[in-house]
Design a protein around this ligand. Structure first.
Ligand SMILES: [Zn+2]
Ligand SMILES: [Zn+2]
Length: 249
């Protein structure tokens, strides 16, 4: 199983650093996790638009899904049109996009994407992958995602506070891709719906994961300090991720 980072900024993109988006692939199965602003260009750079097996959207915040509109245009009007991309999202997200586009039932938006509503506790078999969803602790309905293939397990936190299902979902994961929006004493005290780097490290330790990758850092922070704070709470390997990083799980 391989992870490629299409973008990792929390909240808003900055030059050269798109928001959340990841490719996870095993054999011929290529799954895109989230589609934050800037990730569609990175997906094209990776040459993987035509190979995508599925898109998974974790929640309705624009930094995780705004490029769905551009992906729709690309798949409908671009050089390699395609339709029926299996797309897994929490309740209400497809309807929210459709409302924004004024897309009635006959609109091409509903043919370009093949929408599937998923929720906490659901599992999906997709090619080489067994995908499971848990509830994240966030302002809106948000899904943490577990992907298992080739005997390896990768878990993506999406956006979450310290509660919810992430710790259980991440149990024994070979790799935890975990949000670390804040540093120091920010986080739970300042904002209950995100994690600090040290909270991400503590969660990784409690879940017994093999390796921790930090993502969704606030763009104003020094990533190396986030790594140091997470490493103080987690003894395994820790890195922060950005566009272009490729990791074998
Ligand atoms: Zn976010
Ligand atoms: Zn969010």
């Amino acid at each position: 199983m391989r992870l490629r980072v299409l973008g990792s900024n929390g909240t808003y993109p900055t030059p050269g650093r798109p928001c959340s988006g990841y490719l996870v692939d095993s054999g011929d199965t290529v799954v895109m996790l989230d589609a934050g602003p800037g990730t569609l260009a990175a997906l094209q750079e990776a040459g993987e638009v035509g190979r995508l097996s599925a898109l998974v959207l974790t929640h309705a915040h624009p930094d995780h899904c705004a490029d769905v509109f551009s992906l729709y245009h690309l798949m409908r009007l671009g050089p390699e049109p395609r339709a029926g991309l299996p797309t897994f999202a929490p309740e209400g997200l497809a309807a929210a996009f459709a409302q924004f586009l004024r897309a009635d039932e006959d609109h091409a938006f509903h043919r370009v994407f093949d929408w599937h509503t998923v929720g906490p506790g659901d599992t999906v078999r997709l090619g080489n992958f067994e995908i499971a969803f848990g509830l994240a602790e966030h302002q809106v309905l948000t899904l943490a995602v577990s992907l298992v293939a080739d005997g390896k397990k990768l878990v993506y936190s999406a956006d979450t506070g310290p509660g919810g299902d992430l710790a259980a979902l991440a149990s024994g994961a070979h790799l935890l891709l975990c949000e670390a929006t804040f540093q120091g004493e920010q986080g739970a005290a300042a904002w209950p719906y995100h994690l600090s780097a040290s909270a991400a490290g503590a969660l990784a330790r409690a879940a017994g994961v093999g390796r921790l990758l930090l993502t969704h850092l606030n763009p104003m922070l020094d990533p190396e300090r986030s790594v140091a704070e997470a490493a103080a709470a987690f003894a395994g390997p820790v890195e922060w991720v950005a566009l272009g990083l490729e990791v074998q799980v």
